[in-house]
Design a protein around this ligand. Structure first.
Ligand code: MLT
Length: 256
């Protein structure tokens, strides 16, 4: 089963981190959200303390979504609001498509409904090859600059925190996640079917997932609120924790 950390009581909210990160990206949000909710921070397969997907399985986003549903089952949770950052957003969208009755609200943070372009897929395969030769440090070196707004000072402790997080992941786990993302389907058509309160959060300086991807989702999802966080990059929950927490609190009030 996936590793998780649970705080607070009340209606459930699951938080899914992006690639190649872990649940600690949400540590600046937990206390306030847990004041009125049962907050479950999840480690996705092969990241944080969760085991990688089984090597014999073809890794897919749907398979990871099934693992999150299995965690909900184990915690006796019929339904939950789901927050997904980037890759976590791909999984949240899959969950809303696979079992919409189990998802009471969606918060899509620095993510998108579009699949990889052929070029992006090729880059992922090259990254797998490089990581197998040089370890997860190669992923940290390739990704770190793109994860933050260009204005973030070079000596910001956030960089060191995320660098260590990436290096802690397992090569096998990141390989499966890269393959799952490379082959993820286009979810654009399914956005029109989302019938729950949806928050779409984007950093205006996101260099990994451009804000236009969020704007496109906000246009398609019927009950969507788009919040642009000025000056923040892809790691907006760490770069602008106050703005992100406030937006999440307002969204959770809409679900109640
Ligand atoms: C993430 O933060 O999860 C990744 O940037 C998503 C991706 O590589 O598509």
């Amino acid at each position: 089963m996936l590793a998780f950390h649970e705080f607070g009581t009340g209606p459930a909210v699951l938080l899914l981190h992006g690639f190649p990160l872990d649940h600690t990206i949400w540590e600046r949000q937990v206390d306030r959200l847990a004041a009125h909710h049962r907050v479950i921070l999840v480690d996705l397969p092969g990241m944080g303390k969760s085991r990688p997907l089984p090597a014999a399985e073809v890794p897919t986003i749907a398979l990871i979504a099934e693992q999150v549903f299995a965690l909900m089952d184990a915690r006796k949770l019929g339904e939950a609001a789901v927050v997904g950052h980037s890759m976590g957003g791909y999984i949240a969208l899959a969950m809303a498509q696979m079992a919409p009755w189990r998802v009471t609200g969606l918060a899509l943070v620095g993510t998108q409904a579009l699949p990889d372009s052929p070029e992006a897929r090729t880059r992922r395969i090259a990254m797998i090859r490089q990581m197998q030769e040089q370890g997860t440090g190669a992923v940290a070196e390739a990704m770190l600059d793109k994860l933050f707004a260009p204005s973030l000072p070079a000596d910001s402790p956030l960089r060191a925190q995320v660098d260590a997080m990436i290096r802690r992941s397992s090569v096998q786990g990141l390989k499966a996640a890269l393959l799952a993302m490379a082959h993820r389907p286009d979810m654009s058509a399914s956005l029109y079917d989302i019938a729950v309160p949806t928050l779409i959060l984007t950093g205006t300086e996101d260099q990994a997932t451009p804000p236009e991807r969020s704007e496109a989702m906000a246009e398609a999802i019927p009950d969507a609120e788009l919040v642009r966080v000025p000056g923040a990059g892809h790691m907006l929950m760490m770069e602008a924790p106050e703005a992100v927490t406030e937006a999440l609190e307002r969204w959770l009030e809409r679900i109640a």
